[in-house]
Ligand binder design. Sequence first.
Ligand code: HEC
Ligand code: HEC
Length: 173
Amino acid sequence: MKNKRKIFSLLMSLSFVFLITLLYAFKSKTIEDNSYQPQPKWKNLKVLPQNISKDSLDYLMDGYTNALSVKCNYCHASQKDNSSKLDFASDDKIEKEIARGMIKMTNDLNKIYFQPHFPDPKPAQVQVVNCVMCHRGAPNPEKYLAKMSTMYKTYNPDRDNRKEKMLKEMGKH
Ligand code: HEC
Ligand code: HEC
């Protein structure tokens, strides 16, 4: 009789501990699920860092649209099966490929000509040259400046066949 009571109370306390552990595990899991945002797995980055966070990528993309006064679809093609949505990983638009060259050029200008002269505190974060410094809200700054004054006339419409040439090189046309 005494033994039975002991076993019973032991089982009771064990199940109590089990219940509390279960509740706690459940609770902490819900908290984790709410706050944890997995790092996106980017599909097709060729110049930006593979491990760039969503916040940083969004920040850069917003910057490009503002600097050129365009929308996302200036560089990004539509999805094949749903033309109202964009396929961000697609390389179908030549503007995206040109933008890759622009990102690389801008990075190189900062790295080679500016960062060595700004040693403190974090030279790698010095971004003196950026898209808007040249673009000033126009997709093609050379064309835009040509309209302003003869002083800026470096733009020659007869040689403005960059996109066609690039498409040919990429074997698209
Ligand atoms: C001036 C051109 C340009 C504009 C405008 C632009 N993007 Fe991009 N975007 C790029 C380029 C170039 C890449 C690829 C970078 C690389 O290769 O490292 C890219 C990559 C991306 C990716 C990553 C896709 C993947 O998984 O590979 C996302 C998401 C994205 N852009 C979203 C946006 C959004 C949202 C907007 C509008 C707010 C936008 N972009 C506007 C040029 C642009
Ligand atoms: C040093 C000046 C300079 C900087 C900095 C610069 N660009 Fe450009 N960009 C130009 C010039 C000039 C053109 C027009 C001639 C050409 O297409 O090469 C151009 C053309 C482009 C085009 C093609 C536009 C079209 O439809 O013909 C895209 C897209 C572009 N730039 C994106 C960017 C992005 C994104 C950045 C920042 C990462 C950037 N550029 C930084 C000078 C610059």
